[in-house]
Design a protein around this ligand. Structure first.
Ligand code: CO8
Length: 260
């Protein structure tokens, strides 16, 4: 593994832990997405890997979501390439045959929340400073249909409608209440809890579990697979609009001010 991803693959248990460490906040740039996809592909092909835990090595943040700088001031070609990589990561994670568990040890907005929702199970650090959700509307952008459907599949239609319209970021306790995460544990126990849960999931007859997972997720996956090019075109024409570029600029300025 290279610098931005540390993968610990325990050959005896068949469980790999993927630690994201792309400073400062694990934002998903084209490079980072590509690296994640290559790693996922390798693990998926490896018969000795049956479970994957995703976590962060960055303090306080699981992932800040898509790298906003990849969507700002970039050429349409570059935006298209970026979006294709976002699709690719989602397809690999949502369609994985492995048991996938998100060990959410920090904030997880937007793309970070999407990544978490592709997993079979989510464990979050019980720290009220952290939040998780699809906050796209707060940036003046619209979560694509497959983000929306991943959330509907996780927390139901009503919770998704309210979340997306208001761009809500939930504290851990609220996220647990609506089922956006499955379990809260003290911060220092996120990884050990994920390992424990993994053992339970890996005890289920594997083939039956995989077919069941595929049955649950197939309609959403197929919808993107049969519309990939149109979805890319849609993203590119939306994100390159002057008004949307302006919204992103304002949002980035707001992030900087919050810091000062
Ligand atoms: N992309 C790029 N840079 C980022 C991002 C990001 N997503 N998030 C943070 N940064 C930068 C900050 O600007 C800051 O930069 P600098 O050091 O140069 O000032 C640095 O990372 C550190 O950030 P903070 O100081 O804010 O760090 P904190 O630990 O205080 O907070 C948070 C961490 C909570 C993650 C906070 O940074 C945050 O809220 N970030 C914004 C998260 C966000 O809103 N992401 C949304 C991205 S959009 C997305 O994922 C889906 C888009 C779907 C597109 C659909 C269009 C059709």
């Amino acid at each position: 593994s290279s610098a931005k991803l540390i993968v610990d693959h325990d050959q005896t248990t068949g469980v790999a832990v993927m630690h994201m460490q792309s400073p400062p906040v694990n934002s998903l740039s084209l490079d980072f997405l590509t690296e994640i996809c290559i790693t996922l592909e390798k693990l998926e092909m490896d018969k000795g890997c049956r479970g994957l835990i995703i976590t962060s090595n960055q303090p306080k943040v699981f992932s800040a979501g898509l790298d906003i700088l990849e969507m700002y001031g970039k050429s349409p070609e570059r935006c298209g390439e970026f979006w294709k990589a976002v699709q690719e990561m989602w397809l690999k994670l949502y369609g994985s045959n492995m048991v996938t568990i998100a060990a959410i040890n920090g904030s997880s907005p937007a793309g970070g929340c999407l990544m978490s929702m592709t997993c079979d199970y989510r464990i979050m650090a019980d720290n009220p400073r952290y939040s998780i959700g699809l906050n796209e509307t707060m940036l003046g952008i619209v979560a694509p249909f497959w983000f929306k459907e991943t959330m509907v599949n996780t927390v139901g239609h009503r919770n998704t409608e309210m979340s997306l319209e208001l761009g809500l970021l939930y504290k851990p306790a609220e996220a647990l209440k609506i089922g956006l995460v499955d379990q809260l544990v003290p911060e220092d126990q996120v990884l050990s809890a994920a390992t424990q849960t993994m053992t339970k999931w890996l005890a289920i007859p594997e083939h039956a579990r995989q077919i069941t997972k595929s049955m649950m997720r197939k309609p959403t996956i197929e919808k993107l697979c049969s519309n990939r090019e149109a979805d890319i075109q849609n993203f590119v024409s939306f994100i390159t609009k002057e008004s949307i570029q302006k919204s992103l600029r304002m949002y980035m300025e707001m992030l900087k001010q919050k810091k000062a």
